[in-house]
Write a protein that binds this ligand. Structure first.
Ligand SMILES: Nc1ncnc2c1ncn2[C@@H]1O[C@H](COP(=O)(O)OP(=O)(O)O)[C@@H](O)[C@H]1O
Ligand SMILES: [Mg+2]
Length: 384
């Protein structure tokens, strides 16, 4: 098992930070996969970055005459930060309806995903077979490795025919019967492969979910399908798996906020009001109230507001620091204050100028800016 350090290089792709898998890290992955899982990996490449929302997805080419692959998701500490933000946002959006707890370590995160893959496989769901977890740098970088669906197409790009519209709702029925919720059903997490629909990215799945959570899975699946053929066809096919009252209740409990952002963006482009379209097809049902406030949600909202305020202060402090005109006028203001012998100076106005020369009396925004620079991207690297 390699105990070296693998420098973290960030490649920004559609607002997510994917890790670079060339160089030392790219060489360490085959060594570690062989030592820990017995997989003979001959090459590593980024794969599916377009559909990826959290991890660094990889395709591992395995040794053999014909090309065979395994799929892997690389997780590092930066993914913990993304997970924390994501869950804070969800706690604010859904309050007590969701039970969000961010992962404290990368190890726990990969353990959870691997466990959920195993649970889904045991329930007979069409998810990738798990191969296990590989550690690259203890507590810092891990891989979750599983079956690769060769030639699969994300549902957003696939031809949606009758077989898909039959198959996809049955996956939700299966999840319901197995006491599981996926919680992130969207086009990039559904693959069409060998004439079947496959469910991937189980990292947010939940065991024994609330009825509301199950309902949201059904609605999101119907929306993914309804984006392509017409809603009536999808509704009729869904009736093979669900009673009309079940579908009605699911749509009564769903709103814009319960739909993953990829689906929301597609719905906006589509211009049909699919949610209302499905509601009209199902029996009438009063909307289910989903906005419930609890102490946890108050705390999460408070934290988010505080962080936003600090960010604004940071941006403001930074703009004062880099704008020479503002800087000069602030310096003059300080000089005037000192001249008239005023006992205090207001933070954020007079305090900025001396900070440059003496390093004291910095405004909160400037202090944050300096700290951010000290721990900024230039210093982000994994130490072994
Ligand atoms: N087992 C798999 N076989 C083939 N392609 C996959 C597999 N799992 C994921 N992918 C592709 O990789 C993309 C990202 O994987 P995903 O598990 O959704 O990662 P993330 O958590 O980063 O969203 C998917 O949208 C899909 O295109
Ligand atoms: Mg995904």
């Amino acid at each position: 098992m390699p105990n070296d350090a693998y420098p973290v290089v960030y490649v920004l792709h559609r607002q997510t930070a994917h890790l670079d898998v060339t160089g030392a890290r790219g060489e360490a992955i085959p060594r570690a996969a062989r030592a820990q899982l017995g997989l003979l990996v001959i090459s590593v490449e980024s794969f599916g970055l377009g559909g990826s929302a959290g991890s660094t997805p990889l395709r591992l080419r395995l040794d053999g005459e014909s090309p065979t692959y395994a799929f892997a998701k690389l997780y590092a500490r930066n993914h913990l930060r993304a997970d924390r933000w994501y869950k804070l946002g969800r706690s604010v959006l859904y309050g007590s309806l969701e039970d969000e707890a961010p992962f404290e370590t990368v190890r726990r995160l990969v353990q959870y995903e691997d466990y959920l893959l195993r649970l889904m496989r045991d329930a007979g769901l069409p998810t990738p077979t798990p191969y296990g977890v590989v550690v690259l740098t203890p507590e810092r970088e891990y891989l979750v490795v599983c079956e690769f669906f060769d030639g699969a197409v994300e549902l957003g790009d696939a031809q949606i025919d009758g077989a898909v519209i039959d198959d996809a709702p049955s996956i939700v029925r299966w999840l319901w019967d197995a006491g599981l919720a996926h919680r992130d059903i969207k086009p990039s997490n559904l693959l069409q492969h060998d004439g079947r629909v496959r469910l991937i990215d189980v990292a947010f799945a939940e065991v024994r979910p609330s009825p509301w959570r199950r309902d949201v899975d059904l609605v999101n699946m119907m929306l993914v399908l309804g984006l392509r053929p017409n809603a009536q066809r999808v509704y009729r096919r869904a009736l093979r798996q669900f009673r009309p009252e079940e579908i009605a209740e699911a749509f009564a409990a769903s709103r814009g906020v319960t739909i993953p952002s990829q689906c929301r963006a597609m719905l906006r482009r589509d211009r049909r009001d699919l949610l209302t379209g499905f509601r009209r097809l199902a029996p009438r049902r009063r909307p289910v109230r989903i906005q419930r406030w609890g102490i946890r949600r108050f705390i999460a909202t408070g934290r988010l507001l505080l962080i936003s305020a600090l960010l604004v202060a940071w941006v403001y402090g930074n703009s004062l620091a880099v704008n020479p005109e503002t800087f000069d006028s602030n310096a003059r203001a300080v000089a005037n204050v000192v001249d008239v012998g005023a006992p205090t100076c207001r933070p954020g106005v007079g305090a900025t100028a001396p900070a440059r020369t003496h390093g004291a009396g910095r405004s909160p925004g400037r202090r944050l800016a300096l700290r951010a620079r000290a721990f900024g991207p230039g210093r982000r690297s994994v130490q072994g």
